[in-house]
Ligand binder design. Sequence first.
Ligand SMILES: [Mn+2]
Length: 283
Amino acid sequence: MNRPPSPYPFLASKPDHIGCITLLGAPLDATGSFRPGAAEGPVGIRWASENLETYSPVLDRDLEDYDIGDGGDIELAGLSIPDALAHIESTTGKLLDAGTIPFILGGEHTIALSIARAVFARHPDAMILHFDAHADLRESYAGETYCHASWAYHAGRAFGFDRIVQLGIRSGLRNEFRLGRARCAHFSMGLDLPDTVRAQLAAHPVYLTLDIDVLDPAFAPGTGTPESGGPTYYELIARLYSLADLHVVALDINEVAPPHDPSGITCAAAAKLAREMMLMFGR
Ligand SMILES: [Mn+2]
């Protein structure tokens, strides 16, 4: 499908602008295990946003009342994986230092390790709220230490597994499920969140990372590793609405793969999630 790059329509007037939230594309697509395509995620989400209103009737808030910036896409061509991860970390860190909330559009989920490093360097008491079909708790995968299937393991090793809440997880090795259930602050195949865990999230700065494949493939087929048995868009957004009071300091939507999204519904879901998250977590 031929989709010319286009900015969020409500951001078109603010390129290279730092707002209360600043979008940033991170089109990393180096370690995908099944099928590539996430490099086009930022373009696809921006494209789908052209069909969205700036107003959310659920939240009764309008992006026109927010100062949203867009830092464009990080240039990653030709970089090794460690260099690309370092570049994403430093770019995210600069946005955090500027006082904005970075909203990164992936790209493969490996970018979350860079974002976590940037967040924890500035918020050592942060927590990671991770929506995904996959635990991403492997030590390594297919010869890669740092990849889309291992970033959460390395974030847990670096910052504490008890700093990670994982929701929607329905795929992984037996060892990943044992690790997640034993050591993460919360680990669920569904979207349930006990009051104690919710209170813990509310008491800390939160980095929210959302793999679009947490949705059932019926709602988000355009992704690298679709996994049946997930929530609907409605169920996922209801959980997010319930968390609108959290102090989110960084967030992302990743693993959108437009080449596998011929009808555009995955990009549409990601763009709407992005709008609602900006309206919820922007200040
Ligand atoms: Mn996943």
